[in-house]
Design a protein around this ligand. Sequence first.
Ligand code: C2O
Ligand code: CU
Ligand code: CU
Length: 521
Amino acid sequence: MPEVSRRRLLGIGAGIGAIAASGLALSAGWARRPAETGDQLTSEVPLPQAFSVPLPIPPMAVPVSSGPDGDRYEMVQREIDAEILPGHATRLWTYDGSFPGPTIESRRGRPVTVLHRNELPVPTVVHLHGGRTPAASDGYPTDLVLPDGWTGQHSHSMVDDRAVVTNVQREYGFPLDQRATMLWYHDHRMDFTAPAIWRGLAGLHFVRDDVEDALDLPRGDHELPLMIADRAFDADGQLAYPSVDPSLTGEHGVREPYLAGVLGDTVLVNGAPWPVHEADTGLYRLRILNGSNARHYELEAVADDGRVLPLVQIGADQGLLAAPVRHERLPIAPAERYDLLVDFGDLPVGSSVRLANRLGSGRTADVMRFDIVRNGTSAPIPEALADDLPEWDRADAAVVRDLAFRAGRMEDGRHGWVVDGLPFDPARTDVAARLGDVEIWRLIADVHHPVHLHLVGFRVLSRGGGPPLPHDAGLKDTISLRPGESAEIITRFDGYRGRYLFHCHNAEHEDMGMMANLEIA
Ligand code: C2O
Ligand code: CU
Ligand code: CU
């Protein structure tokens, strides 16, 4: 068990001190570990009954042109009023008018270009999470796209010599030379990522390849993208969020007591509260993203006769596993994705399956429901999946680094979150890696921190000094560290040189300092 310095954790003021101290106390026994890190907002309007709203499927993005050089898309970032809660119009920030944004589907190695036009009232920047993307299109937080006529000030940390700032629009190029998987794109604006995602700036992006095609997995209406995200609503049915500056133009960060993360009391799937989906008795492929800012879930599929259906994991953040892993319950941290098969073949028509969240309580214990309404055809689950997973060995590592994710102070002295004692500074290189090198990173956390690396996928070598957990299988780009926990990951920095990021994907932590530069040379 890693040592966490009590003095350090307690020396940082009431709000975070209390949270960090509870993380410390609980790290002694996993059985009592807190379910998540953050504080829950309470909605001020009546919330709909669970399983009364149909599951929406995000629209597919349609290319404006397709040629031998790939597909080109155009998206307008704009405000809409959407009916998330029946009877209420909720103002959202969207990619092209929908939340989640339009789903892009592409083939491995076939480039995608997306022209994003910013018609929102604040600067934005798009990041394709999990994408192997050249630095210029990776959505560095200061590479801002300013709205027309923007006169707002940049805060201290936005002053960045290397930033490429554009007016109104920007073209992002994604080579997508990577394994088939489900990526997601989201806003990554300096200091204000969390409220921008909360307001709706998130969408899915599939990469397909021949390895996946050869497996004959469920497709069409038997492959369901599920973006799970919690939200809360104010008395007017608008999204509630405890920003220090709700205009998102001045001081960043959130108010007490939400410094450790903002949790909502309403669970949305694809933008609908606790939806229901009509299914048949076939085999389904669920492509799950935890798109929440701070909430962790532990998923379980329970039939109405009490049976727990196995969640058969076939893929992780960065694509297919070598072989399926069966879970009864599956933890999912912010930004993680799982590719799951669930077989409804043993269920009678007329039954239902609840996707539950075992970390939730009250209404957050539910996610969605499947109603089995007709007969379908089941298919066997392949025994072997992909054989193209990178196998890096400890002996290959050129460098071993230790990186600590803990509570601390932001540059302005306010309570925040830091990597190795320092809040994010665009001007500082935190990790200098050599292109082509294999590295081992030993990560340590005080409270829950889902740590994400841009550009590369990694394997989990160890957790808490022991072997990885079953859900650590495969190639990851985000690892969920639990309170007091350490883990080792191994990766190879290949693909592109340039300035990238690694950070905690608790979006509030990210906005309040917990991000660092990864310079690949
Ligand atoms: Cu979802 Cu910097 O990432
Ligand atoms: Cu990312
Ligand atoms: Cu964190």
